[in-house]
Design a protein around this ligand. Structure first.
Ligand code: ATR
Length: 273
């Protein structure tokens, strides 16, 4: 069987092996997909050892996405734009690095939630790795405007400059979270505030019943951000669909077949309850 892994630290909690096993069964692909725990100082060594054993590809998760970007010998444009890699594909001569997180997010919003991004006002909260991965795929949907807001405004400005250089057609601006102007059709939380059960301090009126509020995180309970958004009547969606869609994109890159994601998402959702 063709071998793949998801590499991270910690890694035991990852649902990726479950997701890829379901995709493989559904599409009749002969593949084996396991967890691989890499030491914090041993990412490259772990990848090289797996590759030497005949591994064909890997997903990469926290905290190795930047190292994976450095290790790749070739990057897809969206990985180069993100400066982070979540998917590696090995061949004899090269390591291809891709980033399927952002396209996974967009697919989950547009196709699964049925919310178009074209012509909309989008607010992206955060300027770390998760936000960076999302910027180019979001801009490719040609929203009316993208506002990037971060606790540390300087990081939002850096990301704004990157975004504008790649996609000058869409206006992109940067603010502190408490200072974002106006109302948004879509608000995406790409901060890690949910890990501390904290809500980014949005001004009143930024979101309401017309808004889709999306948190890249997920869990058995709604995140603090989604609870806040629900209080304001927003349509709420967590990051479970993004997880499944980024996996589908990696699977399609590796295997050349696109799995159907709806059943797998339903199955994972049931497993969370
Ligand atoms: P990731 O790769 O998950 O994006 P990261 O690069 O450490 O992780 O970035 C974390 C993001 O969450 C940053 O945008 C961070 O804001 P700062 O740049 O100001 O640090 C944001 N963040 C973390 N905790 C937060 C909180 N309690 N409230 C608001 N933003 C928070």
């Amino acid at each position: 069987k063709d071998r793949y892994v998801v590499i991270g630290n910690p890694i035991a909690h990852s649902k990726s092996p479950l997701i890829h096993a379901a995709f493989a069964a559904q599409t009749g692909q002969q593949m084996d997909y396991q967890h691989l725990l890499a030491p914090l100082d041993g990412f490259a060594a772990s990848v090289n050892a797996f590759r030497a054993q005949g591994g064909l590809g890997a997903n990469v998760t926290v905290p190795f996405k930047l190292e994976a970007c450095a290790l790749a010998t070739r990057l897809t444009p969206r990985a180069a734009a993100a400066g982070a890699v979540n998917t590696l594909q090995f061949s004899d001569t090269q390591i291809l690095g891709d980033n399927t997180d952002g396209i996974g997010l967009v697919t989950d919003i547009v196709r699964n939630a049925g919310v178009t991004l074209h012509g909309k006002r989008i607010l992206l909260l955060g300027a770390g790795g998760a936000a960076r991965g999302a910027v180019l795929p979001l801009l490719e949907q040609l929203p009316a405007e993208l506002v990037i807001a971060n606790r540390t405004v300087a990081r939002a400005r850096e990301l704004q400059q990157l975004a504008t250089a790649r996609m000058p057609a869409v206006p992109v601006s940067a603010y502190g979270i408490e200072a974002v102007p106006g109302h948004f059709d879509v608000v995406i939380n790409a901060t890690s505030a949910s890990l501390q059960d904290a809500v980014p301090a949005l001004p009143a009126g930024a979101l309401d019943a017309r808004t889709l509020a999306y948190d890249m995180m997920y869990g058995t309970q709604p995140t603090a951000f989604l609870r806040f958004a629900a209080q304001h009547g927003a349509q709420c969606r967590d990051g479970l669909g993004m997880l499944v869609e980024q996996a589908a994109e990696a699977f399609a890159l590796w295997r050349g077949v696109r799995p159907d994601t709806a059943g797998v998402l339903q199955q994972l959702r049931a497993g969370l309850q």
